[in-house]
Write a protein that binds this ligand. Structure first.
Ligand code: TMP
Length: 236
């Protein structure tokens, strides 16, 4: 298979059918723009299970996504889309960089969900950008930005419900979108690598903050998400 792109946690391969790619989940975890790195045995398998389950749920709820199907332990068949190089962060509670930047108390519930944009650019450390920066850099047009905000709120409502059912608070997370036939399509992954998930009762993290902040056992926590979701697992 021809490798199209290798990222920090995934690889993208060309599929036999030129309209599709194969997304492969690696075991590597990075934080702080690659300054901290480690492999976690089978993390890729776990993230593929969780992200596939979430994308199936979003597809069922009429969100347009790139996800077609899970094809192996570590692989998904996905539609080829033109990725918009913007990370869309949705926040329901204050944590991470929001706490650092604006001194809002960690764990404070936000009055309404907050949507933020970051320019996907490793050399610049993914800087925080505004709608005007997005149009200035020609990353997306005004209409697409409006659509991205609208669909992000829809996704947020669905994901809050999805995680509340299994006793997690969805604190914040990162989405990526692409364009296919002029339509905005949800792409990339949604996994504990790209979300903050806190247990409803204890407020303990079950996400990549375990690795960022050296707290707890990452694989054990990711496996607990699988267990709570009752995802059928072979050999994880
Ligand atoms: P932040 O608080 O560090 O800005 O992160 C907000 C959310 O976005 C958090 O759930 C982690 C996720 N995220 C990524 O998935 N990739 C990234 O590169 C960054 C910076 C954050």
């Amino acid at each position: 298979m021809k490798l199209v792109l290798e990222g920090k946690a995934k690889k993208i391969f060309q599929s036999e059918n030129k309209s599709y790619y194969i997304q492969y989940f690696k075991d590597s975890a990075t934080a702080f723009n690659n300054k901290k790195k480690r492999d976690f045995n089978k993390k890729g398998i776990i993230n593929n299970l969780i992200s596939s389950d979430i994308f199936i749920y979003l597809n069922k709820n009429n969100i347009r996504t790139h996800f077609v199907k899970k094809i192996s332990e570590r692989e998904q068949l996905i539609k080829k889309v033109d990725i918009i190089p913007v990370e869309v962060v949705v926040r329901n509670y204050a944590a991470g960089s929001l706490v650092k930047r604006l001194a809002i108390k960690k764990g404070k519930k936000l009055k309404t969900p907050l949507i933020e944009f970051y320019f996907k650019c490793d050399e610049l450390d993914d800087p925080f950008i505004s709608d005007d920066h997005i149009t200035l850099l020609n990353l997306a047009n005004r209409d697409d930005i409006k659509k991205i905000k609208k669909v992000s709120i829809k996704i947020n409502n669905l994901l809050i419900k999805y995680f509340r059912k299994i006793n997690f608070i969805l604190v914040d997370y990162k989405l990526e979108f692409g364009i296919l036939n002029k339509k905005i399509i949800l792409a990339d992954e949604i996994s504990p690598d790209s979300c903050r998930l806190w247990d409803i009762k204890t407020k303990i993290s079950f996400d990549k903050d375990i690795f960022r902040e050296n707290k707890g056992n990452l694989l054990k926590s990711y496996n607990e998400i699988i267990k709570r979701l009752k995802i059928e697992v072979k050999n994880v």
